[in-house]
Design a binder for this molecule. Sequence first.
Ligand code: AMP
Ligand code: ZN
Ligand code: FE
Ligand code: FE
Length: 305
Amino acid sequence: MGEDCQFTHDEVLGKLAEPPLPEEDAPVDLHTHTDASDGSYEPEELVRRAAEAGLAAIAVTDHDTLAGLERACRAGLEHGIRVIPGVELSCRIPDGTLHILGYFVLPGSGRLDEKLTWLRDERLSRGSRIVERLNELGLALDPADVEAKAKGGALGRPHIAQALVDAGHVKDAQEAFDKYLMKGAPAYVDKAVLPMDEAVGAIKACGGVPVMAHPHQTNREGDDLKELISGLVSAGLRGIEAHYSLHTPEQTAEYLGYAEEFGLIITGGTDYHGPRKKDISLGVGKGDMHIPYRLVLGLMEEAKK
Ligand code: AMP
Ligand code: ZN
Ligand code: FE
Ligand code: FE
């Protein structure tokens, strides 16, 4: 990938606007992962499954990498499903998790590429430190094998878990997390993240639309959450993922209220990772989600601004 991405921002938007347009209520999923980060499926397979599930559009939002986007966009053309190129960036906040989604981002876009390269390099060093700790614990693991599992995308703990399974040290990935990799376990190492204004700014710098992912993960509500959102809006935030697999109806209502209050567009997604997160299904989350295509129209309007 890198500078050689075959699609431009305008082409992607043009393809999305091509008739026949989906019904406004047609189902979509605006938060999914491929094996370019920690999803189970290759981009082609993810997109094929989304088409098979009857989705009108899907956004691919891997952590810290755009490596799967061109393949996903091509697969979308092949299977007749609209693909929105995206990314998900992690930020650190006290006592919670803040993730920023970026929609309509593509490789070859200066500042975002630079940040992503730094994040991926940091993931590689972190991976080496985790492998060192595992070695110290008596688990032989070759750093090169671990790195190969990420296939040039964003190396994460699921890749290390898989390497531990393949080496016969644990029976499955869950055992790897429970014994060694989860926060607080002996081989856990924090990952590098971006300050939130840098994450939002890098997405905006390449014409992308920054959206706050799954607000419930911030562990904030009411005025505390509003204060966080207000800071993000000052940095350039344009949307909020009000609809999410794990939001309660009350949380969704609260977040829809903030969208209105701060003039943010609304998005929705399942955070599908494939069988790796087996209770979340593409398009429907835990089974009852319906994310309508009209949310894509809002995103497209925002991307054209
Ligand atoms: P990383 O970005 O390298 O910290 O990896 C995060 C990913 O690891 C998540 O998206 C999950 O897929 C997986 N993960 C994190 N914690 C656990 C856990 N306790 N059990 C199983 N998988 C986990
Ligand atoms: Zn993930
Ligand atoms: Fe996330
Ligand atoms: Fe995600």
